[in-house]
Design a protein around this ligand. Structure first.
Ligand code: C5P
Length: 219
């Protein structure tokens, strides 16, 4: 493949989404928030009252899921059919449901080609859990971005607050740790750094410092 790809994987709240969007904007490349696909699927399943363990029904839903992205001034907007689900899919409830459906093999299979279709000229920046390991193993640049669970929970707390969503920091730490463990322990496409990824720990780094390091890495 000649079309360049930068993958940014890492646990929830590591700042990969913000970073990936900023780099995509700077380079003028496409951007794929792969986590949003799992979140929208979970949201659609919750709306339909589907059992989050029924693999066949969820995989069928994933194959035809009417999910769209659009870019607004304040960032990415995510659509489920004609419904703007950008805010609702960021709740912890949907995040947890997403990590449950994301553990199902046929769900991941159903979303694989859709993710690869985002690889278009002049290039793609994408973030998730398995972008460098499974979806784009031949990516040009791979980054694994992490940070301590406490710092990630604090960032998440702040983000939610800005969106007007109430949350409890102690609960967030527990939820984040649980979700990480589920993502790391699953059989298929577990969360881990690709062997050829640049590993960056942002516990002590601000967003600008991380952006600078990644910019230097890809230039
Ligand atoms: O990145 P985000 O927190 O939006 O992802 C939500 C959930 O979707 C993750 O906890 C993970 O279980 C799943 N996911 C995944 N593979 C990806 C991206 C997200 O399994 N590439």
């Amino acid at each position: 493949e000649l079309i360049p790809v930068l993958t940014i994987d890492g646990p929830s709240g590591s700042g990969k989404g913000t970073l990936a969007q900023r780099i995509a904007k700077t380079l003028g490349w496409h951007y794929l928030d792969s986590g949003a696909l799992y979140r929208v699927l979970a949201q659609a399943a919750l709306q339909k009252d589907l059992d989050l363990n029924s693999e066949k029904a969820l995989a069928d839903l994933a194959l035809t899921l009417p999910v769209w992205f659009s870019v607004a001034e304040d960032g990415l907007r995510v659509w489920l059919d004609a419904l703007d689900v950008s805010d609702i899919i960021r709740s912890e409830q949907v995040g947890n449901a997403a990590s449950k459906v994301a553990a199902l093999a046929s769900v991941r299979q159903a979303l694989l080609q859709r993710q690869r279709d985002f690889r278009q000229l002049p290039g793609l920046v994408t973030d998730g859990r398995d972008m460098g390991t499974v979806v784009f193993p031949d990516a040009t640049y791979k980054v694994y971005l992490t940070a301590s669970a406490e710092v990630r929970a604090e960032r998440r707390h702040k983000q939610l607050k800005e969106k007007g969503i109430d949350s409890n920091l102690a609960d967030l730490i527990v939820e984040i740790t649980e979700r990480d463990e589920r993502d790391q322990r699953r059989q298929i496409a577990p969360l881990k750094a690709a062997e050829d990824a640049l590993v960056l720990d942002s516990t002590q780094l601000g967003a600008d410092a991380v952006f600078k390091q990644i910019s230097a890495f890809i230039s």
